[in-house]
Design a protein around this ligand. Structure first.
Ligand code: GTP
Ligand code: MG
Length: 424
């Protein structure tokens, strides 16, 4: 089974609570507040591990949670921080926020590490809340909640060059000739069902990674055949080699084949169609190729492409093709990141709404990351903490929004686990 995408839940540890405590000692009449702070919750981070080759594991284990911070202790003792959770992912993993589609991480280097969700801050103990007028602070802050998120993981091939073309064009044959890869090669379509990768040594010191993908056919951009699954993989290659069977062994016309594949690319994404493309006219050692070769070359060159006349079977023309490919690659930028190739809406944090308000029957529901956090760090049993909460939601316009929805005295407001009656 191919496992090149998965959906998982990640949750960073909640911060530990600050505590309320007072110094007690024999002969010391009124000890001051000494409630310690809560520890920070652990982060969830992803690290690229080359031993992990697919996202298969993420199909089985879907929840990843880091440790919470410990609560503070008496005697100004801070709680221990929660341990981070380090999750190993394969090279080429792109992590997206399920909700917004925003790319959170694009892990393209071995060993690369990135925090995905951050642990909550520990709450401050009552030691911090003593003021000249408040010498007996009877409250402490709860720890912040750890961030939580559903994320989509996608694995994108990291190859410099992608081989595209119809089934049976000879993509795998070409790959096996120029690299040590041993893809399956056969005279039936869709021999290749998953991409194969290989390293091409071009000349002293220069090498690049080449990948074949399953054959593309008409309608691929709509999901016909197998190729569609893989178009997204070749989005991040730097250059494409388009392999065409010039001997027309499968009975199709090479010129039509060439145009069909290119229009499929264009239908799938404009970026993909604009990628530099070198054309390899294959199987030209066969006499049948002569019938099409000349016309094919003039058609393709007429469209501005460079064509190489090759034979994956005999090796003809392949040295020239590889040399030219290496030259072209050296002119292109180092890496192609996922967010440069994808036409997605990328949200910045500032655009995200602080909260949303809706009415369900008689209950007014307030949701959103900001409100969840602040509600989570409020100790509703303590007057001063509650006051702080009320001030904050008023300032940010929550009350205004509730009133716009027609809230009345005595109606219920629900903020995640907290419910209270609305009082003007
Ligand atoms: N005569 C000749 N046959 C070739 C040449 N290149 C490939 N073939 C044959 O064409 C058939 C298909 O080759 P593959 O390399 O499997 O083609 P592919 O493009 O990877 O095909 P899919 O994986 O099915 O998409 C095999 O029978 C190869 O032996 C060539 O240069 N000359
Ligand atoms: Mg193949």
């Amino acid at each position: 089974m191919l496992a090149d995408s998965a959906k998982i839940y990640v949750k960073a540890g909640n911060g530990g609570n600050g505590i309320v405590s007072f110094h007690r000692e024999k002969y010391v009449a009124a000890g001051g507040p000494d409630g310690g702070d809560g520890g920070k919750g652990g982060d969830v981070m992803f690290v690229v591990d080359e031993g992990v080759r697919t996202l298969l594991d993420f199909r089985y284990v879907k929840q990843y949670k880091a440790e919470p911070g410990e609560n503070g202790g008496a005697g100004n003792c801070s709680g221990k921080g929660g341990r981070d959770l380090v999750v190993k992912v394969p090279l080429g993993t792109v992590v997206k926020d399920e909700n917004t589609g925003r790319i959170i991480a694009d892990l393209t280097k071995p060993g690369q590490k990135q925090i995905i969700v951050r642990g909550g801050k520990g709450g401050a103990g009552n030691q911090h809340f003593a003021t000249p007028t408040r010498q007996v602070p009877s409250f402490a802050k709860a720890g912040d909640l750890g961030e939580e998120l559903w994320v989509i993981l996608e694995m994108k091939l990291i190859a410099d060059v992608g081989l595209i073309g119809f089934p049976n064009a000879g993509k795998s044959s070409l790959l096996s000739r120029v690299t040590a890869a041993k893809p399956r090669i056969a005279d039936y379509p869709f021999t290749t069902i998953e991409p194969n990768l290989g390293v091409v040594s071009a000349s002293e010191g220069t090498s690049f990674i080449m990948a074949d993908i399953p054959g593309l056919i008409e309608g691929a951009h709509e999901g016909v055949g197998l190729g569609h699954e893989f178009l997204k993989h070749i989005e991040r290659t730097k250059l494409l080699i388009h392999v065409v069977d010039i001997a027309a062994i499968d009975g199709r016309d090479p010129i039509t084949d060439f145009d069909t594949i290119n229009s499929e690319l264009k239908e799938y994404s404009a970026k993909l169609a604009e990628k530099p493309q070198i054309v390899a006219a294959n199987k030209t050692e066969l006499p049948m190729a002569d019938e099409y070769l000349e016309k094919f070359i003039s058609h393709v060159e007429g469209k501005g492409y460079k064509v190489f006349v090759i034979s994956a079977a005999t090796g003809k023309g392949i040295k020239e093709l590889i040399k030219y490919t290496a030259q072209e690659l050296s002119k292109l930028p180092e890496t192609v990141m996922a967010d440069e190739t994808e036409e997605e809406v990328v949200y910045t944090a500032g655009e995200e709404k602080l909260f949303t308000v809706r009415k369900e029957g008689k209950v007014f529901i307030v949701e959103g990351n900001w409100i969840r956090k602040i509600a989570g760090s409020t100790n509703f049993g303590i007057y001063e903490s509650l006051q702080y909460f009320q001030r904050a939601i008023k300032q940010r316009g929550v009350i205004d929004e509730l009133e716009k929805l027609g809230i009345k005295e005595g109606d219920t407001v629900k903020i995640y686990d907290f419910e209270f009656d609305y009082v003007k």
